[in-house]
Design a protein around this ligand. Structure first.
Ligand code: FMN
Length: 214
């Protein structure tokens, strides 16, 4: 392996001035995501979802953002998974986006709520049939004895829905909404003097922007 301690990189792709940022963190996040999508950055809509287990261990894993609203974002998953279990115990989460090609990071923390059954159905119905069947097959985060077991389960589910036009949504599959409490934008700059701006809400419910030291 290359000597990782000797890797050096200067961040020079852009600058972020507080006055150029939107008054809404959701709008600003959408703008950055839109730029990343336009630049064809792979998995531009992926973010690291952080949750805390009942034992107090934080865990991050990647998921895909499927919606950004005025003050929140939405992702979908199996609610019986480890992350689902963590969120049942503590309805708070972190969402960290990183677009290396743009030298940008966004760190969100927020309160988590479940997306309505109705909205879950609407989104589930837009998914490709294979993904819909997969949602029935995988007991996400449980131990798997063999890959064959998964293939057999998939064949069983496929047979069950053979000839059925619309695959119904499994009850354990759905979305979570993270409502923003604090959102931090980071743009890499030269000499490690990066630009950082954090949005927090005032007592009146207005978003306030402040710069942070790099
Ligand atoms: C780029 C990328 C996108 C992913 N998107 C999702 C997603 O939207 N929903 C999901 O449940 N898992 C997604 N995964 C898989 C998760 O990272 C994770 O392995 C899975 O959800 C189980 O996590 P858990 O056991 O901590 O609950 C994605 C993985 C990668 C690498």
């Amino acid at each position: 392996m290359k000597n990782i301690h000797s890797i050096r990189k200067d961040y020079i792709k852009g600058e972020m001035r507080m006055q150029d940022l939107s008054s809404s963190p959701a709008k600003q996040l959408s703008d950055w995501l839109e730029t990343a999508l336009r630049e064809n950055i792979p998995d531009a809509n992926a973010f690291c979802l952080s949750t805390v287990s009942s034992e107090g261990f934080p865990k991050g894993r990647m998921v895909l953002v499927k919606e950004i609203n005025s003050d929140s974002l939405v992702f979908y998953t199996n609610k019986n998974s480890n992350k689902g279990e963590d969120l049942r115990g503590r309805s708070k989460a972190g969402a960290t986006f990183f677009w290396a090609e743009m030298e940008r990071q966004v760190c969100v923390i927020g309160d988590v709520s479940e997306v309505s059954e109705e909205d879950n159905n609407v989104y589930f119905n837009t998914r490709p049939r294979e993904s819909q069947l997969g949602a029935w097959v995988s007991e996400q985060s449980s131990y798997l004895d063999s890959r064959d077991h998964l293939s057999q389960s998939y064949e069983k589910v496929k047979a069950r829905f053979e000839g059925v036009e619309k695959v119904e949504r499994p009850p354990h599959w759905g979305g979570y909404r993270i409502t923003f409490v604090r959102v931090e934008f980071w743009q890499g700059r030269a000499s490690r003097l990066h630009d950082r701006v954090v949005y927090t809400k005032s007592a009146e419910g207005e978003w306030k922007k402040r710069m942070l030291q790099p």
